[in-house]
Ligand binder design. Structure first.
Ligand SMILES: NC(=[NH2+])NCCC[C@H](N)C(=O)O
Ligand SMILES: [Mn+2]
Ligand SMILES: [Mn+2]
Length: 305
């Protein structure tokens, strides 16, 4: 696989400084070497150039850094569209608002190729606020609603060339969903699995049923991995930790299944904040999980289905 590393050093979409250092932390902790060890080619496409803030109208809700985040989304989408032509793009955040750009660009590319794009959103949060419903004003809380074409983003975020079909979106790992998000999700065909569903059914069966649908539709699959999917004691280096997250084994199993499916075509790794990390353990774990998603196994053997 030709892995293309794309850094998106954005942190204005969330409240804690340091998240913009995420790409350097992942690279410094050996991401490229880990992927090369697995036999992949790795090219570092560098950072998305920091854009000028976009001219947007005033918004009645209190939104933090709207012109800046809107500009980053536009710039990231342009890079993602180009990178999506071939190879395996890996977007290194930065906060989760960057996925509004990465997925938008990849969705435009998929639409041109006539392939349905599916998205697996691994996250403690649903990021399903609109600009009107967010109470924090932190724009890392809105990307999935934007990508699914919910109303109210017009004129504020860049026009969306190809909205996601919500029935092709699966959120996994939920344990913090705000009231307005809950209502929006209840009226949407987005599949939303919280930790309780993972406890009851197991992460394997839940993920398998989604992968079956991707396969049946001959779809492309983008994985948007918010590091706060993981349980905070394992992965302390995130700005919005929520207790009760995925275990080491659950996360590994998910990544191994994603690899074995052969369906994943692109990835985001977001919300890592190295200033909150403990001796690089969150960065190290993120690299290990990306390795599993890209073929690392314990025995080096492919498991029989
Ligand atoms: N990508 C994230 N970590 N998002 C956290 C969002 C938290 C909360 N729902 C908010 O809108 O402020
Ligand atoms: Mn998120
Ligand atoms: Mn999150």
């Amino acid at each position: 696989m030709n892995c293309k590393l794309i850094s998106v050093p954005v942190e204005q979409g969330q409240p804690v400084p340091g998240c913009a250092l995420g790409p350097e932390a992942l690279k410094g902790a050996g991401l490229a070497a880990a992927l090369r060890d697995l036999g992949h080619e790795v090219v570092d496409l560098g950072p998305v150039p920091g854009p000028q803030p976009r001219c947007v109208p005033d918004h009645p809700n209190h939104l933090k850094f709207l012109p800046e985040i809107s500009a980053w989304i536009e710039a990231t989408a342009a890079v993602a569209y180009e990178a999506g032509a071939d190879g395996f793009p890996i977007f290194l955040g930065g906060d989760h608002s960057i996925s509004a750009g990465s997925v938008s660009g990849l969705a435009r590319r998929a639409a041109e190729q006539g392939r349905p794009l599916f998205v697996l959103w691994m996250d403690a949060h649903s990021d399903f606020h609109t600009l009107d419903t967010t109470t924090s004003g932190n724009l890392h809380g809105v990307p999935l609603a934007y990508l699914c074409g919910l109303p109210g983003f017009e004129n504020y975020f860049p026009p969306l060339p190809a909205p996601l079909a919500p029935e092709r979106v699966c959120i996994l790992g939920l344990r913090s969903v705000d009231k307005a998000e809950r209502e929006a999700l209840a009226g949407s065909p987005v599949r939303a699995y919280d930790m309780s569903a993972i406890d009851r059914k197991g992460i394997g069966p839940l993920l398998e049923s989604f992968l079956d649908e991707v396969r049946a539709a001959n779809g492309l699959l983008h994985v948007s991995f918010d590091v706060d999917f993981l349980d905070p004691p394992l992965a302390p280096g995130v700005g919005t930790p929520v207790q009760g997250g995925a275990t080491f084994r659950e996360a590994h199993l998910a990544m191994e299944m994603l690899h074995e499916s052969g369906l994943v075509t692109s990835l985001d790794v977001v919300e890592l904040n190295p200033t909150l990390d403990e001796r690089g353990r969150t960065a190290g774990l993120a690299i290990e999980l990306v390795g599993s998603l890209l073929g690392k196994t314990i025995t080096g053997r492919r498991r029989a289905a």
